[in-house]
Design a binder for this molecule. Sequence first.
Ligand SMILES: *Cc1c(COP(=O)(O)O)cnc(C)c1O
Length: 344
Amino acid sequence: MRYAALEAYVPGEQPRDKAYIKLNTNESPYPPSPEVIASVNAAAMEELRLYSDPTCRLLRRKIADRCGVSEENVFLSNGSDDILNFAFMAFGEKGAVFPDITYGFYSVFAALHGVPTRVMPLREDFTVDPADYLTGGRLTVLANPNAPTGLALPLPEIERIVAADPDRVVVIDEAYVDFGAESALSLLPRYDNLLIVRTFSKSRSMAGARLGFALADKALIDDLEKIKYSTNPYNINRLTQLAGAAAIDSDEYFAGNCRRICRTRERTTASLKELGFTVLPSMANFVFASSDQIGGEELYRRLKERGILVRHFDKDRIREYNRITIGSEDEMDRLIAAVKSILS
Ligand SMILES: *Cc1c(COP(=O)(O)O)cnc(C)c1O
């Protein structure tokens, strides 16, 4: 087959052999809002005989209002992975550039679409050096905050990158922006090469609904629409559209969850540091941590034996680290207790 040499993305494991404390795929420990749960009712089910609205009119208007942009500046798709895929397809003709340590899907999309990539090493401390992204004319893709580090780039640095070359598209993947980093949204009116990608999967507790959106100048949105209409115009089902609209209406509820998760993150960071861990200062719903008392892979394995899943990447530079999703307070207490007992 044409893609025989392609190395597919490997999602975080979802084992079914027993009930784990799942701290490995950055899902929310809290359920969606009551409004979201109520939106998917029997009447909505009956309507499933009809195709979903390919324009996502209601949801698009709500997102536009919420973000202070026009409806023509909003694109919706089946999870933000779908949008990132389309972006590589649409804007990768001159190649792409992204950091060596970042979301693993970027290199997969590049390979899938035959986009030549330039991979820029993060600095020694895992921060992005904006100077690496000022030239080259290539599609530029940065997660902000970055994954799996959790480190965020301040807005002026993002602007420097976006402003450096108006002829190439800069994708800012804001999957984790609701946990404390600064969004690039305020730059949108001034830069028509900026594409902001967001998801309902993390801060809005809807990973299983598959919903992501992008914000950009109309010309970029139109390009993405063209690809969507050339593949699957109905790629957001009716139930997800309803749930998404209800989620935008319950912003307060989700903001409360984010504040709670940020507090738990600070507490977890402090506890891990007390146990001698190096913990990067995270602006996301996870922390990236290593210990000089135990290897990254060994810690991952021994936590799994105790029913706690975290994410380990067997990759140069980060092999000694684990990415630990911030769960509920109780889950993090159990994580810390397990780490203590493993180290003793
Ligand atoms: C989780 C994640 C996504 C994918 O989100 P979906 O909307 O669930 O597809 C995209 N980018 C980054 C950096 C992520 O961590």
